[in-house]
Write a protein that binds this ligand. Structure first.
Ligand code: DC
Length: 232
């Protein structure tokens, strides 16, 4: 599939952790010649700043100020987004467990979200973007050309996260149970927070990847993109 010469789409991919959003988003973007933006990385970068500055994850005013002053850059690359915080490459650090947990906590605050959403809109305006996260189809780009909500059974999502960890060389047996519990807690927080909880937009296409391979999911998404391009 090649990029449409006429109009560059905005494609939103939302869903819970471990459903396969990042892989699908980056593979799709590469195929289309679009940029892939991981909105979660922005919350992760802010969470790292909060950890480093010893801010309380419950202090919305302090977090907002930190977010306003933070220079968070997402640089799409072949292996996912390179993330810079105030000019420093934090791409690996923000994937660690303490930051993962903190990101879910700093992202509950409405004012922090409003700032992030505004920045995400700026990044995606003009189209030619696959943006993934939790609220892209509902809040960031409610008029996105195509909205995918990628879900999977929690047990499968936990297993995928563990497999990723294995690839990164983590000591899996010791931490498997902890990681599963953390994923469930994060899920619960992301889905039940008052501000922009994780829900599928009413016009999103819901894809359950529990029994699908990555290639199957990508194929289905490409089909949807093709249909959209033909119609627009
Ligand atoms: O996609 P991720 O795992 O990198 O996201 C980290 C956290 O950031 C996640 O627990 C919820 C939050 N997040 C969000 O609230 N809204 C988004 N659009 C993306 C992520």
């Amino acid at each position: 599939m090649t990029e449409s010469p006429s109009r560059k789409l905005i494609i939103a991919i939302d869903g819970p952790a471990g459903a396969g959003k990042s892989t699908i988003a980056s593979r799709l973007a590469r195929k289309l010649g679009y940029i892939n933006l991981e909105s979660g990385a922005m919350y992760r970068a802010l969470a790292l700043k909060a950890i480093e500055w010893d801010l309380s994850f419950d202090d919305e005013a302090a977090l907002l100020k930190a977010a306003e002053n933070a220079r968070i850059q997402l640089e799409p690359s072949m292996g996912g987004n390179r993330v810079l915080l105030d000019g420093r490459d934090v791409s690996s650090r923000i994937r660690e467990r303490d930051v993962t947990e903190a990101a879910s906590r700093v992202s509950v605050h409405p004012q922090v979200r409003a700032l992030m959403v505004a920045r995400q809109r700026e990044m995606g305006t003009g189209g030619g973007v696959v943006m993934e996260g939790r609220d892209i189809g509902t809040k960031v780009f409610p008029d996105a050309d195509l909205k995918i909500f990628l879900d999977a059974d929690p047990v499968i999502r936990e297993q995928r996260r563990l497999d990723q960890q294995k690839i990164r060389g983590g000591s899996v047996p010791d931490i498997a149970a902890d990681m599963a519990a953390e994923l469930r807690a994060r899920d619960q927080r992301d889905r039940t927070r008052a501000s922009s909880p994780l829900v599928a937009a009413s016009d999103a296409v819901i894809l359950d990847s529990t029994r699908l391979s990555e290639d199957d999911v990508l194929g289905r998404v490409e089909e949807l993109v093709r249909e959209k391009m033909e119609r627009s």
